[in-house]
Design a protein. Sequence first.
Length: 417
Amino acid sequence: MSYLKGLRCRECGREYPKQALYVCEYCFGSLEAVYDYDGIKKILTREKIIKGPKSLWRYRELLPIDGNPSAGFYSGFTPLVKADILARELGVRELYVKDDSVCHPTWSFKDRVVAVALSRARELGFDTVACASTGNLANSVAANAAWAGFKRYIFIPANLEKAKIIGTLVYLPNLIAVNGNYDDVNRLCAEIAAKYRWGFVNINLRAYYAEGSKTFGFEIAEQLGWRAPQHIVAPAASGSLITKIWKALKEFEKLGLLESKVETKIHCAQPEGCSPISTAIQTGAEVIRPVKPSTIAKSLAIGNPADGYYAKDVVQASGGSAGIVSDEEIREGIKLLARTEGIFTETAGGVTVAAAKKLIREGKLPKEESIVLAITGSGLKTQEAIQDSVGQAAEIEANLAAFEDKVMKKNPVAAGR
Ligand SMILES: *Cc1c(COP(=O)(O)O)cnc(C)c1O
Ligand SMILES: [Zn+2]
């Protein structure tokens, strides 16, 4: 049973059939999935969701496929960690970490969007899938396409972290490293997508792909006991995740699945070296000015964000704010989350933690209100970013005297840490 009615232009409202389409042919606006909410309301209850699979497919009725899913069976349903130690350190009362650093199978929230995109790609008859990626999407498309049996072409900027390159190559895709930044890669892919009949997950399948991000928001609300938190801090690259977290909460509200109205403020976190959305929000500018990225947060290095305006609108409509943090603050953010909650996140997560710290100091995240931090990827993929700032192992000979001499005598504090 499908509740997906079609696609609709987000700008002019024109409707389109549910095919692989890139943009509105009249105004070049981006397209969005449209659902039969009346039909969904009749069958989707909390009880049905709770009894569903322990994956993002528990929200299947609100995802844009016609039949059964065919990828990402184990993706999503990641922990919502009550972060009391970090809360104490930051001086706030109720803090949670939504931890997609452990999302299956490639340790980032991109496994959510790819689960949906590849399921739809199969329904639309593609035998080849492709993507333009800042790293995590490359890992996830490569892994899921290997499993689902698609041919796969992955395009990345050549300067990505080693783990993101090896963590893509291991799945035997055609990996193309482009000399340029993500925006150059994306432009090239738009040209390729116009010529080859491939399912580009974030180009001609983008309307479907993007909906996968809603499950991050659905899970937060469900795991909080069918309640929307007062604040969510999320990192932005294209800005899509931010818009979809908001859409998720609004859909749950519309379907009567929440305890109370959504009064969540959405806060946008970006790195200093690539902050087009956060800068526009902070300065009150109408226009989002594209930038040339230069940041250790490579997963967020999109200088010309496709969903920038929509993300800015969501932040402003919700009463949220924006944070901008330096590379050094990102490193400190990564280490702070590791030291307090035992969670090793990648640079994007460091951006979220560091931005939250700043926004708490500025009073934009009030100390008495509930806050969720969106931790979107794993630190094992971006070790370069912190390798020079985490200290070193004490190297010793294999005997007790050496241990006592080099560790216990020399550095009893470190030993007991
Ligand atoms: C892609 C990505 C983001 C940002 O996603 P958008 O939807 O493009 O804003 C955030 N964190 C990580 C780890 C990512 O890989
Ligand atoms: Zn249009």
